[in-house]
Design a protein around this ligand. Structure first.
Ligand code: ADP
Ligand code: MG
Length: 335
């Protein structure tokens, strides 16, 4: 049973980025408006995510890291109207299985915060009073201590640097989709990146992408009964040196506020953009932000453990809506 637990956990928690993703999604589900992320040794010695959210109720503490426990849904009908990032109750338990975890938390009802030490089964083994404000801090030590091959895989300098970059890209994505969220990111005590609280997506994009790039993007919307699109795409007359990249790192697609990989949508946007720029689309990635909102019942986010691959019920309609926006912006594709 121990081995099975380890295997399933190592599929949910595949890297430093996946730990950070799960922890910040928990913070967002707890309505945090500030999230501070600290890594040591690229996250392999320590990953700490601190939020100012609702905290964890004393009654939930013994079960919080028990696999498949979630405070977020009660029935399968709840899945149809999902508004939280988490719902499978898998993350905290899986992280416990592959590292050493401390959780410090305080709700509005608690007088002081308490730090809990969890074991590899997610059970609390000790607790002590601490001095933090309202919210939750999860500290993950010695990631993959029991998965030497995984640890080895990430041990080169190049891999470590790539992981750090991926964490930053992930934070940037959440920073855009959650304008009101303040984020700080520290590695080995050096500030790597941060974003302040702003009022809307435009300001969020501005702070992340910079004013020069934003000046070359324009707002787009499609509002319909089931599908809403909104975001920023390069203007038809945009300066290609500001709006083109050689990788997709600044192509942001969200479905219901989740950062996702949607190859077909990305491909469509690249096609139109490359015709506009008269360049080969194989090497051209436009800078853009697109948030697609559909009824929760129309997406299945359960294809992959990290929920970045999703199935859309009305995918053709979504593609048509995207194409409609692209045509009105850039004109039709040449036959
Ligand atoms: P899920 O997010 O799918 O519910 P997790 O394993 O990620 O499962 O978390 C388990 C539970 O622990 C959550 O349902 C929530 O009750 C609690 N929890 C975890 N992190 C936080 C946090 N940062 N703030 C408040 N509650 C949290
Ligand atoms: Mg979660």
């Amino acid at each position: 049973a121990e081995t099975v637990r380890l295997l399933s956990s190592s599929q949910v928690i595949t890297s430093v980025v996946s730990v950070v993703k799960e922890l910040i999604e928990n913070s967002l589900d707890a309505c945090a408006t500030t999230i501070d992320i600290r890594l040591e040794n690229y996250g392999f010695d320590k990953i700490e995510v601190r939020d100012n959210g609702n905290g964890i109720k004393v009654a939930d503490v013994p079960v919080m890291a028990v696999k498949h426990y979630t405070s977020k849904i009660n029935s399968s009908e709840d899945l149809e109207r999902l508004t939280t990032y988490g719902f499978r109750g898998e993350a905290l338990g899986s992280i416990c299985c592959v590292s050493e975890v401390l959780v410090t938390t305080k709700t509005a009802d608690d007088d002081i915060s308490t730090q809990y030490v969890l074991d590899s089964n997610g059970h609390v083994t000790s607790q002590k009073p601490s001095h933090l404000g309202q919210g939750t801090t999860v500290t993950v030590l010695k990631l993959f201590k029991n998965l030497p091959v995984r640890k080895q895989f990430y041990s080169t300098n190049k891999k470590c640097k790539e992981e750090l970059k991926k964490v930053q890209d992930l934070l940037i994505a959440y920073g855009i989709i959650k304008p009101e969220l303040r984020i700080t990111f520290v590695h080995n005590k050096a500030a790597i990146w941060q974003k302040n609280r702003v009022s809307d997506h435009k300001m969020a994009c501005m702070s992340v992408l910079g004013t020069a790039v934003m000046g070359n993007l324009c707002a787009v919307f499609v509002v319909s009964l089931q599908i809403n699109l909104s975001g920023f795409l390069p203007k038809a007359e945009s300066d290609s040196s500001l709006t083109s990249l050689s990788s997709s790192e600044r192509s942001f697609i969200f479905i219901n506020d989740r950062p996702v990989h949607q190859k077909e949508i990305l491909k469509l946007i690249r096609q139109y953009y490359s015709v506009l720029m008269q360049k080969d689309s194989a090497r051209l990635y436009p800078v853009f932000f697109l948030n697609i909102t559909v009824p929760a019942s129309a997406v299945d986010v359960n294809l992959t453990p990290d929920k970045t691959e999703v199935l859309l019920q009305y995918k053709d309609c979504v593609l048509l809506a995207v194409e409609h926006v692209l045509k009105s912006l850039y004109g039709p594709l040449p036959a």
